[in-house]
Design a protein around this ligand. Structure first.
Ligand SMILES: N[C@@H](CCC(=O)N[C@@H](CS)C(=O)NCC(=O)O)C(=O)O
Length: 372
């Protein structure tokens, strides 16, 4: 039995409270492995607890209705057999981190559906995966965590300790699997949920091999040029080995090349997206940073520096194409649905603007290394 509800999450992340909305799918009698259902709530400390906690009443009622059962306690996982009879109570604190992680994954998946996205509301890499989940209406559980805390159960899922991380049900097994790296997760979701009748158009062209490769080329452009350029501008402070004008010029070049490709391909005659009338993975990859451009305007003198209409000189047509793409992408439903209030980002990104952030992305930018 699947029931859906719109859940508003309150999460404590890196010193900032923010709210994010997520559509959650609760499967009250979900079974994992050999007829087991595992329900988790207030698991460990921190944010998994907060999400499961906020679902507690609903889950408790559902389980009561389904199985006429249950005694809930914090920090425990209960396992049920397929008759709904409780078989064991597992004290999570007493398990090894790896076992905790597996229990939590299995429990989330049993309770909420097939996939769990571990994310942070503020994170643009997470937003990529979240947009794909929203675009394709993939049932999932969104789990807000603080990736800076590097909790053991999270590291057991993703040894790199970064969000997004996707926990995936492993059919017939109690152990779920995990994937990480936003680009990998997005492609996985597009391929795994490939049925266009059920999940809408594929985000990477399916039939045209060249077009698919061209999309990957421009995903690579976003990943290796545009995104690092964004942080170099935002983290610029006095005394850096480069001027803000240089950082801005490099960043604008990356955006301009992206827009020029859209002009050269002629996609604009069909619509605003990278592929014209068709929203694709290339749009997904850049959308979170497009939404965050206002942070550079807010924090850095001179702002992003995209020429106003009529002031693009020899690049006028290219910047007009950029404007068209930008205006469409920030209004895209999936992009808006995965965004909190602007003020929250201003607060959260101050540490980047001051260049005091200890995040791995921030440190890599500061040290001139490639991003994690
Ligand atoms: N290359 C990774 C980058 C992910 C990433 O850096 N995520 C940040 C949050 S925006 C994170 O988890 N940071 C934790 C840390 O820096 O310790 C991806 O594309 O998924």
């Amino acid at each position: 039995m699947l029931s859906q509800s719109l859940l508003t999450l309150s999460a404590f992340v890196a010193g900032t409270y923010a709210t994010a909305s997520a559509v959650c799918h609760a499967r009250h009698s979900g079974l994992v492995g050999n007829g087991y259902a595992i329900y988790a709530y207030n698991v460990g400390s921190g944010s998994i607890g907060s999400i499961c906690g906020s679902f507690d009443t609903q889950m408790r009622n559902a389980v009561k209705n389904d199985h006429n059962a249950v005694n809930y306690k914090n920090n425990f996982c209960h396992t049920y057999n397929d008759q709904g009879v409780m078989e064991s109570v597992v004290e999570l604190d007493k398990q090894s981190p790896a076992h905790q992680a597996n229990l939590v994954k299995a429990a989330l998946i049993a309770a909420f559906g097939s996939s769990g996205l571990y994310g942070g509301w503020f994170c643009p890499f997470v937003q990529r995966a979240w947009i794909v989940l929203a675009e394709k209406r993939i049932p999932h559980q969104y789990v807000e965590i603080n990736p800076y805390k590097k909790e053991a159960h999270f590291l057991a899922l993703n040894p790199r300790g970064l969000v997004p991380t996707l926990a995936i049900a492993n059919e017939g097994q109690r152990k779920a699997r995990a994937l990480y790296e936003s680009t990998v997760i997005c492609e996985y979701l597009d391929e795994e949920y490939a049925d266009e009748a059920a999940y809408g158009p594929r985000l990477l062209p399916r039939d045209d091999v060249f077009e698919r490769a061209r999309c990957r080329l421009w995903v690579n452009h976003v990943v290796t040029r545009v995104v690092p350029g964004f942080y170099r501008v935002l983290q610029h402070t006095e005394g850096k080995g480069y001027t803000i004008a240089e950082a801005r010029a490099e960043f604008l070049k990356g955006l301009r090349e992206f827009a020029k490709e859209m002009v050269d391909s002629g996609s604009g005659k069909d619509g605003p997206w990278f592929l014209g009338d068709r929203f694709s993975l290339v749009d997904v990859m850049l959308a979170p940073w497009a939404k965050r451009l206002f942070l550079i305007d807010h924090y850095k003198e001179g702002g992003v520096g995209i020429p106003a209409k009529g002031e693009g000189g020899e690049h006028e047509e290219v910047w007009a194409r950029w404007d068209r793409w930008f205006e469409a992408v920030v209004e895209r439903e999936s992009v808006k649905a995965t965004w909190s209030e602007d003020d929250k980002y201003i607060e959260a990104y101050k540490r980047y603007a001051d260049d005091t952030t200890q995040s791995e992305v921030g440190q890599a930018t500061r040290q001139g290394r490639s991003l994690p």
